[in-house]
Design a protein around this ligand. Sequence first.
Ligand code: SF4
Length: 280
Amino acid sequence: MPPEPRVADLRDEASALLRPLADLAAPVAPDSTPPWDQLVRIREHELDAAAGCAASLAFEGDFDGWRAAFARKRLGLAVLQRLAKGATADPTTIAADVLDQEVRTSTSSLASWLATLGSGGAAAVTREAAWFATATRRGIRSWPPPRGTTFGTRFAWDLPGRALRLEASADAVIWETRDVLVVVSGEDDGDGERRDLAWPALVAALDTGKLPASVTRLDLVSGERRRVPVTDDVLDTALTAAARAVEATMAVRFTAPPLTSPGRWCRRCRGRDVCPDVRV
Ligand code: SF4
């Protein structure tokens, strides 16, 4: 199905903006899949790093393993999916069953990690997943959600001609009303909040060819819930963040790392043990 006219323009806009910045990425023939080993991926993480200290991208490595916070979200979203389909057990019981099923039937790295937990660790992850599902369900407000609502959706869009992919995740998508929900836990500044709202709107539009109507950001720690309609300003915010992240990522990978910019983000940086500019 052809994209909506606004999204067709948006794809052109994104291509015109990002293509010159991604010129050193591997070329990709029309209608071909970018080579995975040469693919430059721009995700929430790259956006945040580029907005804080772009030089920190030079210290990125492979996925360093499952942690409780990742597992909580992954399992919590599976609990929500079951609740939305009419499961009537309490969220903790469902979370325990989701965890058990993952360990028994999956060959995923999450299943391997869960299998290493003792009974105390498994109980803690179960409790956390149930809490995530309960708090998120409360934030969605209209429950059960309309039919077809999905939890844990990934959106991706490949830049034509170069091996560069924009990726965003949405914790819930209410397709009927085109509402996107992102769930966060904890501190962020105003710019970070705007990126949280704008990024999934942009990538969802580029991927699906349809413009979301709104994005809601739910902070599970503060309980704050903010909903914005997807306007041109929102899309501009995301495009600006994309350009910054692409520029920084390409510099790190193909030319020279950008200058450091120490700040509170240093404490999460993988380079903090070797970076001379680290701020502790
Ligand atoms: S330690 Fe701080 S200043 Fe150094 S690269 Fe990481 S974020 Fe940047």
